[in-house]
Design a protein around this ligand. Sequence first.
Ligand code: NAD
Length: 485
Amino acid sequence: MSKKVPTAVRSQYDLWIGGDKWSAGSDDRLAVVNPATEEPLADVAMGTTDDVDAAVENARDAFESWQRRPPKERTRILTDIAAAIREETDRLAQIETLENGKPLAEAREQVERCARHFEYYAGIADKIQGESIPLSEEYVDYTVREPLGVTAHIVPWNVPIYLFARSVAPALAAGNAAVVKPAEETPLGALELARLASEAGLPDGLLNVVPGYGTEAGAAITGHPDVNGITFTGSGPTGTAVAKSAIENVTETHLELGGKSPNVVFSDADWEAALDGTMTGIFSNAGQVCSAGSRLLVHEDIHEAFVDDLVERAESLEVGSGIEGADMGPLVSEAHFEKVLSYVEIGCEEVGEPVAGGSALDRDGYFVEPTIFDDVPIDTRIAQEEIFGPVLTVTPFADEDEAIELANATDYGLVAGVYTENVGRAHRFAREVDAGQIYINEYFAGGNETPFGGFKDSGIGRENGVQAIDNYTQVKNVCANIDRR
Ligand code: NAD
């Protein structure tokens, strides 16, 4: 590789299977590209179906003893992994920024969320309890929560380090072994995390990472007959394909899919909080967030003034290299950059020129300006389809009923934000809007502890919080007749 390789990143990566580097079964390697410069960062081995078989076999062997270890040992090991991640925050954050593009400050937050996730589920590992069920005097009945076995984790590129932890940490805490397939664009963080977990004392084979193409390694993992549970995070069409192949093996599947989330500002809202929330909601990670607040619904009385302030803020964002501390980084890849720009063109045809942005930056890297389309009818493509970029649509509304109707006018149902000082209205909104998470007066409120997942086409199941343990355990009921002598 001729170009300079930044120090946080190694130049070559293999797979990670059985607690060590693993040479792939083919010579096929993929260059991971820095989206801020378009230069190659590292090249990574691409796993084959044979490699997937090896990963699942290693996971199965490791699972047999892991499930029998006292839960308090799982607590200790996951706590040590969290500490190891925190110790390497700088390096991991640099890797996240270099392969994904997001500003370093956002990457550091994601590494902290990743460490916190291992810490949180370390605290739960020794509290996964069953119930005793009263029947009649002759019986003793109780339930046990058992791990599933080998769990598969398909991870997208937008928040690779945190989303790795989001499903892997509860799976390990509940006594499972894991096989992870990171996205083609961003496999480096996952490989570094697996190495760190081994160094922190995780037994070999419990956490395997097989980078590769979705249609090859990904499909081989999710269609594998010896995989007992799948957590898929990504787009709707791929999630549906994964679920169809999983059902052939009757494998439990959780889907964390896309969104087109409304962010609703009433005329009595705290102005600064609503502006901050709107900006964070759509321009964090250059809009490449499943729960992005990509549809702003704003009361007609404040519509014009609010959009004026928003445009001023959007135009003041510094767009540039995340590693150099810009406010907003590039899109992850050339293909995604082209897709987002094609939506900007669609928007121009549907509603006319945007009131902010609308262009790519004239430099290397996949940079698109923060873009705002105003007065967007709710049935347009830009108000209905997930653009997954820094593109906001604004639609005014007249009253609460219309706000709720517009908020629900989507096939998605991941999250929704509302800004109002009226407590009753905020909770009526929470009651009426079909979404898995409602943010009141702060966008992205909540955290590792709060359940997250979609209504409607945004998914099946919940990650985060205590609920996530349900994804990685199965209930066994034991019923004994104690009166037979
Ligand atoms: P994608 O569906 O293209 O890919 C996701 C992952 O699936 C990648 O690792 C890919 O290699 C793999 N994959 C592709 N084909 C596969 C197959 N046939 N079998 C198994 N795996 C396969 O999605 P993407 O473009 O990487 O991610 C963006 C999407 O993810 C957006 O829709 C976004 O909203 C969604 N997302 C959802 C959440 C959530 O928590 N709900 C979080 C982040 C991203």
